[in-house]
Write a protein that binds this ligand. Structure first.
Ligand code: GDP
Length: 367
């Protein structure tokens, strides 16, 4: 608009006048080149960067591991394969506890404790709820303030897409990459409320259960199965007025553990009190973990368990791929849709309907 067009600029007007502004730039910068997609790195480039301990390359590779795209998966699987010979040299520790038990506060101090003597730490997470919330609760950098800025720590939130099995497998693959990048301490965090503990248990050497001194009901909805998996139970927030209650809870857990069958490792799970927030008793918790590693390395259980885990993940992966292949097949999908309706309308039994779909799936190549 021309400056004379403003009524304020009329000679009869005595208020503020309007000056002509600067000439407006076109909105689109003509010099801006169309953004090119970053080409995918080759698996060789990624492996080279990972083995050098380059954190940006590691993050990129983990992103490919987590990706659902077939191209990304091909590269990711090559990278994992090439990193495998360099992996395994770490302590893998699973950490679980109900929300509010103090996992992130504790991981922050535990992490600083293990890094005190050098080495590197990767904190990974398995959080099945992240699929629903579309954002991960666990492994969030802001929850571990000191570790997040520590140069030797790598924090990665839970992969968010897919089934629990899929999410867990990605975390397991990420462990391989982290180890190849020189991370000799791996923490895998999970929220202590369901199935995800079993998944974490199947990829770690030591499973730590963080508990709170409750109000009488010490088992706090933690399933018996989770307690049975624990190699160590630690009662957090043993500070201030809470110390006596924590000690009481400790005694209760100790006696509860006596009722459980002996562990396969031959190790008797210990129960300790500590305060993550005030940094009390941290040393004792890590002495226990050190004792455990010494014990299972000496009696051979450490290697046996890792072998067993490798076998488990092979079958898990086959299982997952078969299911995915089956359920994403368009013809199967259509057939399932029709068969479901027939079963619901009592036109066909569940078993013959299932058999028909499976027969179709397994014989489709011969048709
Ligand atoms: P998470 O949900 O298990 O990760 O738990 P957080 O680490 O976020 O802790 C939950 C709350 O408990 C926070 O308000 C922490 O400040 C508090 N908290 C964590 N550890 C301690 C502790 O050792 N003592 C006390 N008194 N509070 C703690």
């Amino acid at each position: 608009m021309d400056q004379h067009e403003h009524i304020e600029n009329d000679e009869k007007y005595h208020g503020l006048t309007v000056n002509s502004g600067v000439k407006q730039q076109p909105v689109v910068n003509p010099y801006l080149k169309p953004r090119k997609r970053r080409p995918l790195p080759t698996s060789g480039e990624l492996v080279e960067g990972i083995l050098k301990g380059d954190i940006t390359t590691l993050s990129r590779a983990v992103t490919l591991v987590e990706s659902l795209s077939a191209d990304h998966q091909t590269i990711a699987q090559e990278v994992i394969e090439k990193c495998l010979p360099y992996s395994g040299n770490s302590r893998r520790i699973g950490i679980t506890g109900v929300p509010g038990a103090g996992k992130s506060t504790s991981i922050d101090v535990f992490g600083l404790h293990v890094l005190k003597d050098g080495g590197k730490l990767a904190v990974l997470a398995i959080d099945p709820s992240s699929e629903r919330t579309k954002g991960s609760i666990l492994g969030d950098k802001t929850r571990m303030e000191r570790l997040a800025v520590h140069p030797s720590a790598f924090i990665r939130p839970s992969p968010s897409a897919g089934s629990l099995g899929g999410v867990a497998r990605k975390t397991r693959e990420t462990i391989v990459l982290c180890e190849a990048a020189g991370y000799n301490n791996i923490f895998v965090e999970t929220v202590g409320v369901g199935q995800s503990e079993t998944a974490v248990h199947s990829m770690v050497d030591f499973f730590l259960l963080i508990q709170l001194a409750g109000t009488g009901d010490e088992l706090q909805g933690i399933k018996r199965g989770i307690m049975e998996m624990a190699d160590g139970i630690v009662i957090n927030k043993a500070d201030g007025d809470n110390v006596d209650r924590a000690r009481l809870a400790q005694a209760q857990f100790r006696s509860a553990l006596h009722l459980f069958p002996p562990t396969q490792s031959g190790w008797f799970p210990e129960v300790l009190c500590y305060s993550g927030y005030y940094g009390l008793g941290i040393e004792e918790v890590w002495e226990m973990i050190d004792r455990y590693f010494k014990f299972v390395k000496e009696n051979g259980y450490f290697d046996r368990k890792r072998q067993e885990q490798a076998r488990y993940w092979m079958f898990e992966t086959i299982d997952e791929q078969l299911r995915r292949n089956f359920y994403t097949n368009p013809e199967v999908k259509q057939m399932l849709f029709e068969k479901e309706a027939r079963v619901l309308n009592n036109q066909q039994s569940s078993f013959t309907a299932a058999r028909d779909v499976l027969d179709f799936y397994f014989n489709r190549e011969n048709k």
